[in-house]
Design a protein around this ligand. Structure first.
Ligand SMILES: [Fe+2]
Ligand SMILES: [Fe+2]
Length: 211
């Protein structure tokens, strides 16, 4: 589905701007989730780095979205996003499905699993999309993010292996939920893109109206 979205985005800067703003929301939602889920007393330097890097990613993507839209995509309002509700739902679905697995609340394990699944997804999406953004001159911004996402992935993988003897079984289950949730998000992105493209014969006009 991500390939279909990339195809629909084509070379339209305005549409890419909306899509990148939605990616920015995902990064922001990830950072927010960490802050809300962890007690302050358990937050160490590693977790602080993780939060600040996710916020940085949200900002990097937001800045690209602003450049792509000549400054118009200034907020996370629905009108400035593609499938905004579904972007938030994606993070919630992944997080809640993990919470349901444990009989008692396990905020630390929950955080680790949610992060791992989202990072695995990021490692599939960002390298692919980075190549697309090369044409617009933004590939290097994503490259820095990919390195940091790789670090988050190894950090969570290490802690999950140490902290949960049932990690393999659980990961199989969680990956299935995450995969379906991501497809749902991308399917809404594709639907919105198709509507925007069909609205007017000119793609730029259609997107300008959305903005
Ligand atoms: Fe990130
Ligand atoms: Fe990350």
């Amino acid at each position: 589905m991500i390939k279909k979205a990339i195809e629909l985005l084509g070379k339209n800067k305005n549409l890419h701007g909306l899509f990148i703003n939605s990616l920015s929301v995902l990064e922001f939602a990830g950072a927010r989730k960490i802050i809300k889920s962890q007690k302050a007393e358990n937050i160490d330097s590693e977790v602080l780095s993780h939060i600040s890097e996710e916020i940085r990613h949200a900002r990097v993507l937001k800045n690209i979205a602003l450049k792509m839209s000549d400054g118009k995509l200034s907020s996370y309002k629905k009108i400035h996003l593609l499938a905004g509700d579904e972007a938030w739902n994606y993070i919630q679905t992944v997080d809640h499905s993990i919470a349901k697995e444990f009989e008692t609340s396990q905020p630390w394990l929950n955080y680790l699993y949610t992060t791992l699944l989202i990072e695995e997804r990021a490692m599939k999406v960002y390298p692919l999309y980075s190549e697309v953004l090369e044409e617009f001159g933004f590939a290097s911004s994503l490259k820095g993010m990919i390195i940091e996402e790789e670090n988050h992935l190894s950090f969570t993988r290490k802690h999950i292996l140490e902290g949960d003897p049932q990690s393999e079984r659980r990961l199989d289950k969680f990956r299935k939920v995450e995969g379906e949730a991501f497809e749902k998000f991308m399917s809404s992105v594709c639907t919105e893109l198709s509507i925007l493209k069909n609205k007017n014969s000119s793609q730029d006009d259609a997107c300008a109206q959305h903005i």
